[in-house]
Write a protein that binds this ligand. Structure first.
Ligand SMILES: [Zn+2]
Length: 244
């Protein structure tokens, strides 16, 4: 089998782009309020990408295979905290450097910044990741060789990105733990609430099929590229499988 670049992902990308956007958005806000402090800072899309590349080139990549290892990656919250702090420091450095002397000369920054400001604001229902465990009903041990689907009105729910697979196949080293991260849904206004109704369908040969229904309420927020956060994930009670 080939290990071509399918389903391998550097989880740092999400963190870095989120942080860079957060910092640029706050700079942009301050500039709009008339502050002189960031007068020479450009917040256009090209400068944001350049800043993100600067940080990513100086950050140790952390690769995971699709749908695997996400839990383990964020298991050590101290390590995660440290990584986030390093990214923030590096991001401030990158933004300052790019704004002061590394703007791309060939790009019309005034124009792209103007466009960015006039761009229609987009809002999303930013549904959190869903996390749960599947255990054997008689031995209470984690299950594997299990197929899990996240369904909405009978259809497979589209995932946020290639890190998440739906259906998800539980293998032995996943210790019975599955995660799904539904795609964010675009909407018109901020602060609107919507209930998302889901079914988790679990199938394993020799076991009774389980359909577990739940709903997540989400409030629409303004567009942002958020990193995956296990602490913000929606946790589902353990599900037990019983022999047919
Ligand atoms: Zn720029």
């Amino acid at each position: 089998m080939s290990a071509k670049n399918t389903g391998v992902h550097n989880v740092m990308e999400g963190f870095v782009f989120t942080r860079i956007d957060e910092i640029y958005n706050s700079i942009q806000k301050e500039k709009k309020s008339g502050s002189e402090k960031y007068k020479n800072f450009c917040c256009c899309a090209q400068c944001r990408i350049d800043a993100a590349c600067y940080v990513l080139n100086r950050t140790k990549p952390h690769y995971i295979a699709s749908g695997r290892g996400v839990i383990r990656t964020f298991h050590d919250s101290f390590e995660r905290q440290q990584i986030m702090t390093d990214i923030s420091i590096s991001a401030y450095k990158a933004i300052e450097m790019i704004s002061r002397n590394n703007r791309r000369p060939e790009c019309n920054h005034e124009l792209c910044e103007g466009e960015a400001e006039n761009a229609k604001e987009v809002f999303f229902y930013d549904v959190p990741a869903v996390v749960g465990r599947v255990l054997n009903g008689s031995s209470f041990t984690p299950m594997f060789d299990v197929k899990i689907e996240l369904l909405s009105a009978g259809n497979l729910v589209k995932m946020r990105n290639e890190n998440w697979q739906n259906p998800c196949d539980l293998v032995k080293d996943m210790e019975g733990t599955y995660t799904f991260w539904p795609e964010a849904e675009e909407t018109e206004k901020p602060g609107e609430e919507k209930n998302f109704n889901y079914t988790i369908k679990i199938e394993a040969p020799g076991y009774e099929t389980v359909n577990y229904n739940f709903s997540i309420s989400s409030k629409s927020v303004t567009n942002s590229y958020r990193g995956f956060s296990i602490t913000e994930a929606y946790k589902i009670n353990d599900i037990y499988l019983f022999h047919v």
